[in-house]
Design a protein around this ligand. Sequence first.
Ligand code: AMP
Length: 446
Amino acid sequence: MSHSFSELGLNEDLLQSLADLKLTVPTDIQTKTIPLILKDTKDVVALAQTGSGKTAAFGLPLLQHIDVENTSIQTLILAPTRELGQQIFANLTAFASHSSEISIASVCGGIPIKPQIERLKSPTHLVIATPGRLVDLVKRQAIDIQNVSTLVLDEADEMVSALKVDLDEIIKILPKSRRTLLFTATMPGAIKQLIQNYMSKHVVQVEAHMETKGHQGIDHQYIVVEPIEKLEILLHILKSKEGQRGIIFCKTKAAVNKLAKNLAINKFSSGAIHGSLTQGIRDRIMGQFREGYIDILVATDLAARGIDVKEVAYVINYHLPDTYEAYVHRSGRTARAGAKGMSITILQEEEVPDIADFEAELDIRFSELKKANAESIAENNALIWANKIFKTKPNREVSESFRNKIHTTFHHLTKDELIDKILAQYLLQNTAVSSKSEPYKKKKNK
Ligand code: AMP
């Protein structure tokens, strides 16, 4: 990575924007793909994940290729989610800040289509779209993609799984003579098939080193738990991170919903995002997280793609991810832009051997986080319980006479006495259910 951006052949306008953005050293994937896209005409398959700088890797040379005299759409970038689409749009707009004649439009799903139809009436050179919305616009004859000369499939592995039908429909309309650039974090069979069906036989393949900037500054830890204590341990970790921003990853939408509900019950300020929620809800939750109104995001892998929120202090894998790439994506949500971050994986005893595989494959080191002892967990539970009471809003529906009766019962107690009694009642109930060894007891003088 000894190159500078100017050595890669980028023009002055783009170099100026990069300087404004304080981006000085190209990442590995940028060094490999920028000259290739600029000078060559071949199709490209690039293995790279979020955090590798892939958006600039295709965005910069494609902006340079735009012929501003030609008012038709020349470049089409497809992204699997609106979050990613918006991020690409924001990045490309920033890269083109000194190339004012280039017109970029984003037409992603989940938001009203009418303003997009209006927008597309103005000359546009480059379009970023999610496949479903693009198909919709094509059907309404609101967009003409027949002159597209370059197609980018970003995070293509996410598109072949869920959006293949729309993708096929779009590719059918595009000119056969186009150039296709495909970016993917993984190379499943479906991607290989797509390359075979839709790309030239002379495709050039490039691969970014796994040690992307996303890896630096992350402290990787794992903690071994029994299934039954998983939630308690998580709550304990979250309590220790109060006031910091974090993301918890679950494998399924159902798991995300269940966990978010549990966090809400325990009065942790959190929000859930996954693919089945409407775009409006996803945007609102993301906005609240970005602005700091909620500290914790519970998410599935797909929904979390493209999340570029600074100051995410920690990431928790509530389930061990299925693939190494998913781990890179997840942990890459923290320690962004040179900050430090922590990635904690909660797993069961039988999964511990997998850690060595993750270490070997990703060239990272994990340390074991020791489980809190029963005493500290029980104490934590009691604190969460107290916090729940603190945050409970008084019930105004209760009748005056009934309320008075309850008040009279406690009438002679001071606040301290009342607290002691409620606590005693809590302990009575909780030590009765769990067989834990009286962890709240005073330490005997030895
Ligand atoms: P991406 O992989 O495109 O999602 O980029 C991830 C993050 O890296 C974004 O916040 C970019 O602004 C940032 N980035 C991209 N290229 C560079 C670079 N050459 N040096 C430093 N940061 C970069």
